[in-house]
Ligand binder design. Structure first.
Ligand code: D41
Length: 683
């Protein structure tokens, strides 16, 4: 049973490739638990049931590392030259001639977690210790045992003494989900609970818990990247070989780890990872280069506590601390009022940041951001910078009150003084001024002009500010009534650029219904919905005249989207704008409405499981949805049918348990054809 559970846990947690249904694993796990309860003499510390131990520690005991845990030298040059400098230094220290072959390196990701040493004696995990000062760390074995990716027991070909070192970290999605759970607990009134600022802090907090039950609820992960003390006689030629062997013994080694020859391949690695960084499921703060050959590592040796054969090559930090100078409220295109923190300038994610979004009032209150606070700002990739949290220890006595948008604005839009409003169940306050509000008008024009909408080249925010502030443009059709004189009289507008704008406006008139609809900036109507609407109805008039029910027939259009469209086209002034836009010459090719399948299965809910003989799951889903059915991911009493293919898993068990009708692909196709369960033997 141990071997079975160890094997399948490894498949699931480390290789991400489960071979059996979760329910089967759970069944055997419970069987083992029952057996151990009846026969305590069978219970061993390496049993898969022993990941969480009941006892709560009094404190963490110090652990002296058998071999010190070194630190790693950091190359602060974040450019590619950092990799070249490292290679040049290695070649010099090894006294390699210019024409000597390239040095073999291992390039690794630099996980942003905390370093850990795992000690196995007789192939059983006996101790896990933090790095501490490198000489002495803390015993956190009780918490580390809860990490499913870390083997409690090693295979027979592993040596009798082995220390594996690596990084404990938390995946970003797990971190977000955990913070969401924390927020729910806090909302429910739980005392002593808090949210975490970033995955690293959350991981560090979890590792140092005294109660392993708490650590077990914090989703930690692990990657191995080096060895500590190892039984005599175990010899590896290279770091690369050691990593491959660790993998074969069941340790998680990152897929991102690569062999690299010479500076060129290190530079390429640095560049590639920089581009992929934001798509990784976890945070990294750089990459690490290591000379692979252990013989060469030995020749290179150490300076103080840092090996000369390794370097950490950083990327620009994505998070920095700074202070909040003010909190402004900005008006967006649809009137949304967004609180924005004005920051003391700080260099983060490769640019200087002075503004960071707080998203909405609720978010600002949850994070409790006040003017005067020290905050952590994050800028990842090209996303707008955001405040991730407050460093409460640094809060001065004279911080502002918590943000209250209504009070701050005395209930008025800061741009047009119209009333502001917030609907129940909505996170955002909005200005009710609509296109009367200059801020909304400006952004509506910019949205209409953008590349993915009408694509009016050269119509940028400076020009739109001038046109709206000068009263030249009040509505979208006014754009097309601009003449050379009205444009050329604007500040700093040369005749040449005025002519270019007019040409761009002329060119934009020939467009498509998708772009036009999207460009109108109707709330909830993104590009994909605009495309679906255009395809479904074929013409603008058909969309303008559609009832909410007819709108609901469109793919992915729900009640909120349908309501938003109806409200927009019911406004006489919006209908007027449509008419004028067509009158100034905006045209597109109209099509025929799409023919819709009869909604024979509306109101029915299906769950698909297993592999079907002819259809892919997506095809089956599309067909069912086209006939008006709902396709759900989990089985409940409300499920009408479970369609089961080969190797159907736990969903099939659940269906049987709840007495939900189970059908196969052929029966589903019959149902689609007839709309009624003509099949008598649906079991
Ligand atoms: O991913 C990491 N954070 C990482 C840290 C890594 N990939 N490799 C590392 N290698 C070492 C040496 C070269 C000393 C074995 C490290 C660290 N050290 C390290 N992490 C924290 C202190 C040292």
């Amino acid at each position: 049973m141990h071997a079975f559970l160890h094997h399948h846990a490894h498949q699931y947690y480390v290789l991400d490739d489960p071979q059996i249904p979760d329910a089967e694993y759970d069944r055997v796990f419970k069987l083992l638990q029952a057996l151990e309860a009846q026969h305590p003499e069978l219970l061993t510390p390496d049993s898969p049931t022993q990941r969480v131990i009941g006892a709560v520690m009094d404190g963490l005991s110090p652990v002296r590392h058998a071999i010190p845990m070194l630190s790693i030298r950091t190359e602060t040059d974040t450019e590619a030259s950092g990799a070249e400098n490292f290679d040049a230094r290695i070649r010099k220290e090894l006294e390699l001639a210019d024409d000597a072959p390239p040095v073999e390196y291992v390039a690794e990701l630099k996980f942003d977690g905390l370093a850990m040493s795992l000690r196995y004696e007789n192939r059983i995990l006996v101790q896990a210790a933090t790095r501490g000062d490198g000489e002495t760390g803390e015993d956190v074995t009780h918490n580390i045992r809860t990490i499913h990716q870390i083997p409690l027991k090693l295979p027979a070909d592993a040596p009798p003494l082995l220390e594996v070192r690596g990084e404990v970290y938390m995946r970003r999605d797990e971190f977000e989900a955990m913070n969401e759970r924390q927020r729910e607990k806090i909302a429910a009134g739980a005392k002593g609970e808090k949210t975490f600022v970033n995955p690293r802090n959350a991981a560090a907090g979890a590792v140092r818990q005294l109660d392993s039950k708490i650590a077990a609820q914090r989703p930690l992960s692990f990657f191995a990247y080096s060895l500590g003390e190892v039984a005599e006689g175990v010899v590896f030629e290279s770091h690369w070989q050691a990593l491959q062997t660790l993998k074969s013994w069941g340790f998680p080694v990152s897929d991102g780890t690569r062999q690299a020859r010479g500076a060129t391949e290190l530079v390429a690695y640095h560049r590639r990872i920089a581009a992929e960084r934001d798509q990784l499921p976890f945070d990294i703060d750089g990459v690490v280069y290591k000379v692979s050959s252990f013989a060469l590592q030995k020749r290179l040796g150490f300076v103080t506590r840092e090996p000369r054969w390794a370097v950490a090559h950083k990327y620009p930090a994505q998070e920095q601390m700074t202070t909040v100078l003010a909190i402004d409220i900005q008006v967006g295109r649809t009137g949304k009022l967004t609180p924005v923190a004005k920051l003391a300038p700080v260099f983060v994610g490769g640019v200087t940041v002075t503004n960071a979004t707080l998203h909405n009032e609720g978010e600002a209150q949850r994070k409790d951001v006040r003017v005067g606070d020290t905050v952590i700002v994050r800028r990842a990739g090209d996303v707008i910078p955001e405040v991730v949290g407050v460093v409460l220890e640094k809060r001065p006595d004279d911080v502002s009150e918590p943000l209250n948008i209504y009070k701050r604005l005395s209930g008025q839009c800061p741009e047009c003084q119209s009333a502001i409003a917030k609907e129940e169940d909505e996170a955002d306050w909005r200005c009710t001024g609509g296109l009367f509000c200059p801020a909304q008008r400006k952004q509506a024009i910019l949205h209409f002009a953008q590349r993915r909408a009408l694509e009016i080249e050269g119509l940028g925010d400076k020009l739109v500010d001038q046109l709206v502030d000068g009263g030249v443009i009040k509505t979208l059709p006014d754009l097309y009534r601009l003449g050379l004189t009205s444009l050329a009289t604007l500040d700093r507008m040369a005749e040449k650029s005025a002519k270019n704008i007019l040409a761009a406006l002329e060119k934009s008139k020939q467009t498509t219904l998708n772009r036009f609809l999207y460009g109108l900036g109707i709330r909830q109507i993104g590009e994909a919905t605009a495309r679906d609407l255009a395809k479904h109805f074929g013409s603008l008039d058909a969309i303008m005249d559609a009832t909410e029910e007819q709108l609901l027939e469109v793919n992915d259009v729900g009640p909120i989207v349908a309501h938003s469209l109806r409200t927009f086209f019911e406004q006489p002034h919006n209908r007027e704008v449509m008419e004028q836009l067509r009158a100034v010459g905006i045209t597109w090719e109209e099509g025929e409405p799409a023919v819709r399948a009869p909604q024979t299965l509306s109101g029915k809910t299906f769950v698909l499981t297993g592999t079907f003989p002819t259809l892919s799951r997506d095809q089956a889903k599309d067909m069912l949805e086209a006939a008006g059915a709902k396709v759900s991911g989990s089985v409940s009493k409300k499920t009408s049918y479970v369609v089961a293919g080969a190797d159907a898993g736990s969903k099939l068990d659940k269906a049987t348990e709840l007495g939900v009708t189970v059908i196969d692909e052929a029966q589903m196709l019959a149902l689609l054809a007839s709309g009624a369960p003509s099949i008598s033997s649906a079991a």
